[in-house]
Design a protein around this ligand. Structure first.
Ligand code: PHE
Length: 368
């Protein structure tokens, strides 16, 4: 270790202070890591060639008598500083040398596995039940024309049936003919029309997707929500097929003990129309707060496809030079539509539909 011994220009207080400050800086700059702690100790504290010994020998040799004591004190302080640095380095945990900047001893970055959002999961579960029955998925646009959303589904312009679906319309549509005006679809039923125009029977489709209504939002009403629509058209399709299909689907979703029943209802595009109810899954039909003590929960709308719908479809098919394929004397069908939020609320005991859209991780993590 033949490093240069620093010069001490003078033995007055300020020169001594400055010289020791430089040495202290030097020690600090070298503060040893665990790996070379022994080299650091030898370099500074080695008994014969240690830097501290060499410097103190050099400086004390020519020191005037009165400077010996202050020099000695400062050498002691420097020694303590070096020893403290050594202790600290020795106490530091041993880390294997990092390779290419990666410290393999650090904990890995753990990513929580992603899950389907509970609404998407419910939607996929519903769709899967129908896939099991041979249905395929059909999709359609969320910005829809008045024709597909209303007119072809037998809601004539200005007909009061339109009031049942308070509609969000796009701006700047007044110049267009009524049927071409754009709106946010109020239900997934327009995809019935789009599919039948594109394809001849037999048809078995499920249509999952977003729908929009001008709702004052509360626990059970949202301006944007999700539906799953179903349509089955073939020869000899009867109301019994509708009942059997939906009864099977409800048992798949809610458990085999659940019962279904059908009440007369009205939709312009089905005739006859029905509301389907399931026996309350909370009280098994005995009556509780959730089913308003009726033992039944209303779940979806359904019915036999109205011949007027078939007529609209064939009219468009002919206009597009496709053969008419929906003669109500030859084909019949049923359709149904259900709200996904409502089903997810029942399945998971969630009181407010908005909770699904709150992006609250404490809520969502319960489904992981
Ligand atoms: N489209 C109807 C609604 O949103 C539900 C429905 C679909 C009813 C299919 C009958 C047949 O209210």
């Amino acid at each position: 270790m033949n490093e240069e011994i620093p010069q001490l220009p003078n033995y007055d207080e300020s020169s001594i202070d400055a010289a020791f400050a430089t040495l202290a800086d030097e020690v600090r700059g070298e503060t040893a890591s665990r790996a070379d702690v022994e080299a650091f100790r030898l370099r500074w504290l080695g008994r014969k060639q240690g830097r501290l010994k060499l410097i103190s020998d050099a400086w004390l040799k020519s020191a005037p008598a009165e400077a010996r004591k202050p020099l000695g004190m400062r050498f002691n302080q420097l020694k303590q500083q070096i020893e403290a640095a050594l202790e600290k380095a020795a106490a530091a945990p041993v880390r294997p040398a990092a390779k290419a900047g990666i410290d393999i001893s650090l904990p890995g970055s753990v990513r929580a596995p992603g899950i389907e959002h509970p609404l998407l999961k419910t939607m996929n579960d519903i769709v899967a039940v129908f896939h099991g029955l041979g249905y395929s998925t059909a999709l359609g646009p969320q910005v829809e024309s008045d024709f597909y959303n209303f007119e072809a589904l037998n809601f004539p312009p200005n007909h009061p049936a339109r009031d049942t679906q308070d509609t969000l319309v796009l701006a700047g549509q007044q110049e267009k003919p009524s049927r071409d005006r754009l709106l946010m679809r109020t239900h997934t039923s327009p995809v019935q029309i789009r599919t039948m125009i594109a394809e001849a029977p037999p048809i078995r489709i499920v249509v999952p997707g977003n729908v929009y209504r001008n709702e004052a939002e509360d626990a059970t009403h949202l301006a944007r929500f999700q539906q799953v629509e179903g349509l089955c058209v073939d020869t000899n399709i009867t109301f019994s097929d509708l009942k059997g299909t939906l009864d099977h689907a409800m048992k798949s979703l809610f458990g085999s003990a659940v019962k279904t029943r059908f009440f007369p209802s009205f939709f312009p595009f089905t005739e006859p129309s029905a509301d389907m109810q399931i026996s309350c899954i909370f009280c098994a039909g005995a009556g509780c707060r959730k089913c308003k003590h009726s033992g039944w929960i209303e779940l979806l709308g359904c019915g036999m496809v109205d011949p007027a719908v078939f007529a609209s479809v064939d009219e468009v098919r002919l206009a597009q030079s496709k053969p008419a394929a929906y003669d109500p004397a030859k084909v019949t069908g049923f359709a149904f539509g259900m709200g996904v939020e409502r089903i997810a609320m029942i399945l998971h005991g969630v009181a407010s539909a908005g909770t699904f859209y709150s992006n609250d991780m404490r809520f969502l993590e319960q489904f992981a």
